[in-house]
Design a protein. Structure first.
Length: 114
């Protein structure tokens, strides 16, 4: 079974390289999809635990920051991979989706998938 928890953080970035755009803020929305078998109570995961860990290991490093100082290219694709690397030790991830705008997202399925 797949279950998902949406979380978010606010940060700014610019585009350089293929695209050129000045620094601008976003509320980055992250959907963490986990995979597992429901326990005897019917739960795959405690959604509150997912949010707590996300806040501690992801948002604490990114909230309010200039992502240009953390990533060479702060794209949704690179952030999705980075979030996976931080959250995977805690949960059986299926995918990490990062949206910088409601109509634009990147979904990372882990290092074995691409």
């Amino acid at each position: 079974m797949h279950v998902s928890r949406e979380v978010s953080f606010r940060a700014l970035h610019s585009h350089r390289g293929m695209l050129c755009e000045p620094k601008h803020p976003h509320e980055w929305r992250v959907t963490l999809t986990l995979e597992g078998v429901p326990n005897s109570e019917g739960f795959v995961v405690d959604f509150r635990a997912v949010k707590r860990i996300f806040l501690r290991v992801v948002a604490a490093e990114l909230e309010g920051r200039d992502l240009d100082s953390i990533f060479e290219y702060p794209t949704s694709e690179n952030i999705a991979r980075w979030v996976w690397e931080r959250m995977e030790p805690f949960f059986p991830l299926h995918s990490v989706e990062v949206r910088e705008k409601p109509h634009s997202s990147a979904v990372y399925f882990g290092p074995c998938v691409g």
